[in-house]
Design a protein around this ligand. Structure first.
Ligand SMILES: Nc1ncnc2c1ncn2[C@@H]1O[C@H](COP(=O)(O)OP(=O)(O)OP(=O)(O)O)[C@@H](O)[C@H]1O
Ligand SMILES: [Mg+2]
Length: 316
């Protein structure tokens, strides 16, 4: 079983325009769709879609439209009551593919609400192969809350996918509390290592940056590089994988799908190359699907993903 935490969930509302967005004007949308979002929720949906047992943990009070929508999806979730309704994140798409996103800050979590979430995670972690901490933190939550959770989960394998302040706060503590897995994209890997994000689209450069994090205590770094695929680095080696070229329709949830694919392979006991292969198969399938669609196994073709070992001097 895999437990995910989405500390700052959202209803993801996408509005499609049939003409360019004009600031200050009234425009009519061609279509609109809403779905229950949040990065941990996405990971759980990918896992559940492949038949793996998963529970999504999130803040949310009874009757919240987000929870109603989640119930409709059939996903197993546990919500901890909190002060307000889930935020809405707005995506505006134009016909030329331009995508504008406006994310609300989210509902602040009090210390008592954070403790209730942490207690629930610790309880569920007893039966979990992994706990996944995903996404941004809502207002009023200390930037180092993920570090606090890591310290409450000794003996549990923890994966973290976050950015900015929470990522940097965690990196500052790697020597004493490192997660088993992190999934930075190129920009997040740059935040972690001070490298230039553009340079990190080169797989060898990304692997070098990731190996510095492995040296600091992170067991596995799965660095996703958008259209350039992904790199996996452990103390035993480094690998790069790319999927056959696709037409990217919407990269919403691509990173979450990569992490889901990786964890599915890990549950199967797969070797590092095959975990990376599955991650890239899922990321690529997510990018090829329109809108907020998340891939199921039938959308993916791991056998078509090319994996190469990178020349690598592991740090010990
Ligand atoms: N334009 C693209 N073309 C092909 N594959 C892509 C593209 N964008 C993303 N992918 C696939 O999805 C994976 C994850 O994408 P990316 O590195 O952009 O993650 P991310 O920035 O963390 O995404 P998210 O928005 O979900 O957080 C990549 O490793 C790749 O397999
Ligand atoms: Mg991401």
């Amino acid at each position: 079983m895999i437990v995910t935490l989405t500390a700052n969930p959202s209803i993801d509302h996408t509005v499609a325009l049939s003409e360019p967005l004009r600031r200050g004007d009234l425009q009519r949308a061609r279509a609109a769709t809403s779905y229950p979002g949040g990065k941990g929720v996405n990971v759980s949906r990918v896992l559940a879609g492949a038949g793996a047992a998963t529970i999504a943990v999130l803040p949310g009070s009874p009757g919240d439209p987000l929870l109603r929508a989640l119930t409709e999806t059939g996903l197993d979730y546990r919500a901890v009551p909190c002060g307000g309704p889930a935020r809405t994140n707005l995506t505006i798409t134009e016909t030329d593919g331009t995508t504008t996103k406006i994310n609300e800050p989210g509902t602040p979590l009090t210390a008592a609400e954070r403790k209730a979430l942490a207690d629930l995670l610790v309880e569920l972690a007893r039966d979990a192969a992994w706990v996944v901490l995903s996404g941004s933190l809502p207002p009023a939550v200390p930037t180092d809350w993920y570090v606090e959770l890591l310290r409450l989960l000794p003996g549990t394998r923890v994966a973290v996918d976050t950015s900015d302040g929470p990522l940097l706060a965690m990196a500052g503590q790697f020597e004493s509390a490192a997660p088993q897995l992190i999934k930075p994209n190129a920009e997040e890997l740059a935040q972690l290592t001070g490298a230039d994000p553009e340079a990190l689209h080169d797989p060898a450069a990304a692997a070098r940056a990731a190996s510095a994090l492995v040296a600091r205590g992170v067991e596995t770094v799965l660095a996703t590089l958008g259209a350039a695929g992904a790199v996996l680095v452990t103390a035993d080696g480094a690998w790069h994988a790319t999927a056959p070229a696709i037409t990217a329709r919407s990269t919403v949830g691509a990173g979450d799908s990569s992490l889901g694919g990786y964890l599915l392979a890990d549950l199967d006991g797969a070797a590092p190359e095959d975990r990376l292969r599955r991650a890239v198969a899922y990321g690529s399938a997510a990018a090829a699907l329109p809108g907020t669609g998340l891939p199921g196994p039938h959308h993916t073709d791991p056998s078509a993903v090319a994996v190469t070992a990178l020349d690598f001097q592991p740090h010990h």
